[in-house]
Design a protein around this ligand. Sequence first.
Ligand code: UDP
Ligand code: MG
Length: 138
Amino acid sequence: MERTLAIVKPDAVAKGFIGEIIKRYETNGLGIVGMKMLRLTREEAEGFYYVHRERPFFKSLVDFMSSCPVVVLALEGDGAIKKNRDLMGATDPSKAAKDTIRNLFGTNIERNAVHGSDSKDSAAFEIAYFFNRLEMIR
Ligand code: UDP
Ligand code: MG
């Protein structure tokens, strides 16, 4: 079993897609072991996306991620990291495969509906960023 971190981003929360997105995790072998709704401060969004701090899109991304509430999930399943990346689709919704979450619910390359950890190291960092031991069911 492996764990990964997912975020339903502000665009998808605002459009009312929380349920549709979570249904895709639950029906594709990704069990929910932690979940919370919160609004990130600018500082919290900057810390989460620290690896991207030198990228040209960083400031806009931080503005977006701290603009509205998000839903953060710790997901567990066999090969959970890759499974979630496959369910999400490519970063740019217009290039994401048909029926992926970003293809269905994303707006553009920034407002792309969901986040998913991209490696074991980032999953460990990202889950610990949002959840302590008592906030997960196991
Ligand atoms: N992003 C953006 N412009 C870009 C690339 C990425 O606004 O040209 C945003 C987008 O929200 C993306 C996030 O930055 O999900 C993190 O980028 P990354 O390359 O890690 O993509 P992901 O792993 O989310 O597919
Ligand atoms: Mg990434």
